[in-house]
Write a protein that binds this ligand. Structure first.
Ligand code: ADP
Ligand code: ZN
Ligand code: MG
Length: 495
């Protein structure tokens, strides 16, 4: 959305819950699905005096991996700092965070821009710990659950490089995907495993100096992020139009009213009285550890998209996204593709037909198979052996089964995990290809439908479709539809 008078400037602060066995500084379980409050707690994460924190190596590794995936520089030297503030779910009265030496900094992520790709610069990614959670009952009683207190958080801060809600959502979705590929966070926004804070300001078109920013919190879905941005652009434009000054503050997004509401004027960082954490040593991250972790990084979504296109000739954008978004499903597809190559050799199908077969496989995978699975996109290996799916593809390619039969066979394959040739035999589903057999069926239908023939002769083209329908029905859907049409046309001409 273009604004005529103002440039939109947005920067993000994103927290992601790090996926680790234990919490950040103690050996309590980090289990986001623990439903009984205050189960995974101990004197350390409860902030009792005299306890000592110990750094969780797995959490640090997660940040290093995320940093490497986002083209960041990894610090040789890093340390922890106390960020002091009071909140009822923060028993220590401070959070252990990182102030001046973040683990990762100066990276970037390429996203889809308006027309061309755009680089979003990443200022830093640092380690934090989560606070507990408050629950309010009837506005009378407040309860606190410390299961989440001390869970490792990765905080990522971008430069103010975004100019629209679309760019922000594209970035956030790509980041979520990367975190999942790396298995460093599940990053579900709805579960609070990924929390996005939007910093937004406006400036007169062409101005160099940035305007005063407002920070928006409580965004628990991509939709809310988009709505909050659009609302803030509208609100701030109106204020500036009226000559009002924007005040630097934190606002919360109200999901029901779809507006942002002022929560508090923004504190400056010096108000937290950051100081080096006296109970933890600084960390030196060696070159060796960094390169070890680099070797563990799997293929990332951006490379996967390019490879799928090059290797399988998939050009449809939606299909590529479906595979990029669903790693397991994509792996299943690639197994099918390998099996298709084997079948092609076996059936002496020319190599240059590979993309044609892939196209058939992709069509049935992305529409029919997912349909059979109630729209759930999964790794189908346990449902249909990739080898059987490849054979199914080859049968369709060779014209041995019609698209109508294909649907029946696929359902049987899905329900019973049997190979298609067996199903065809068991159900007597083989396509009727034999010309004399086809002629017999067509003759029978013509004999029964004198009126339709007359209508066709009088120029009613719909009658042709009607006759084809009768032929398909009489053959129980088994007749080769192209050949049936050809025969019918010929016969009608000679009547
Ligand atoms: P603060 O010290 O107030 O937290 P930072 O410089 O740490 O500010 O930036 C916090 C976030 O706000 C970053 O994502 C940054 O990109 C973004 N940001 C900074 N200045 C602006 C601005 N004028 N307009 C919009 N976003 C901004
Ligand atoms: Zn603990
Ligand atoms: Mg800040």
């Amino acid at each position: 959305m273009e604004n005529e008078k103002y440039d939109v400037v947005i920067g993000l602060e994103i927290h992601m819950e790090s996926k680790t066995k234990s919490k950040m500084f103690c050996s309590c379980l980090n289990n986001p699905n623990e439903s009984v409050p205050n189960t995974n707690i101990c004197p350390i994460c409860m902030g009792h005096p005299g306890t000592l924190p110990v750094i969780n190596k797995e959490a640090i590794d997660n940040i290093i991996k995320l940093g490497l995936a986002l083209n960041c520089k990894i610090a040789d030297y890093t340390k922890f700092d106390r960020k002091n503030y009071f909140y009822p779910d923060l028993p220590k009265g401070y959070q252990i965070s990182q102030f001046d030496y973040p683990i990762a900094r100066d990276g970037y992520l390429e996203i889809k821009g308006e027309n061309v790709p755009k680089l979003i610069r990443i200022n830093r990614i640092h380690q934090e710990e989560d606070a507990g959670r408050l629950a309010h009952d009837n506005d009378k009683t407040s309860m606190v659950d410390f299961n989440r207190a001390g869970v490792p958080l990765m905080e990522l801060v971008t430069e103010p490089d975004f100019t629209s809600a679309d760019e922000v959502v594209n970035f956030a979705k790509e980041l979520q995907l990367i975190a999942r590929y790396l298995d460093v966070s599940d990053a579900n926004m709805e579960k609070g495993e990924m929390r996005i804070e939007v910093n937004l300001s406006l400036k007169r078109k062409g101005d160099k100096k940035l305007g005063t920013k407002v920070e928006v919190k409580n965004l628990n879905s991509f939709k809310s992020v988009e709505k909050a941005i659009l609302f803030e652009i509208g609100r701030q434009s109106k204020m500036l139009d009226n000559g009002e000054k924007i005040i630097q503050e934190t606002r919360g997004f109200h999901d029901v009213k779809q507006v942002t509401l002022s929560q508090r004027s923004k504190e400056e960082s010096h108000e937290y009285r950051y100081f080096p954490e006296p109970d933890l040593p600084p960390l030196e991250i060696g070159e060796e550890r960094t390169s070890e972790l680099k070797a563990e990084i799997p293929e990332l979504p951006s490379s996967k998209r390019l490879r799928l296109e090059a290797e399988y000739g998939i050009s449809d954008y939606k299909t590529i996204e479906m595979f990029a978004d669903n790693k397991d499903f994509a792996e299943y597809f690639e197994k099918v593709a390998t099996e298709i190559l084997n079948w092609m050799q076996h059936e002496r199908i020319e190599q240059n037909k590979y993309f044609e077969l892939i196209k058939i496989a992709v069509n049935y995978l992305t529409s029919d198979l997912i349909g059979l699975n109630n729209g759930q996109i999964i790794d189908f290996s346990s449902k249909i052996d990739p080898e059987n799916f490849a054979e199914f593809t080859v049968l369709i390619y060779k014209g041995d089964i019609s698209s109508k039969m294909a649907k029946i066979i696929l359902k049987e394959m899905y329900d019973l995990n049997k190979d298609p040739t067996h199903i065809i035999k068991d159900k007597g589903l083989k396509q009727i290809d034999d010309i004399s057999e086809i002629e017999n069926i067509v003759d029978e239908v013509l004999k029964r439908n004198g009126v339709a023939i007359q209508d066709y002769k009088n120029g009613k083209t719909a009658s042709f479709q009607f006759l084809i329908g009768q032929i398909m029905a009489l053959s129980k859907g088994k007749i080769n539809p192209d050949k049936a049409k050809e025969v019918l046309l010929q016969k009608l001409e000679n009547i």
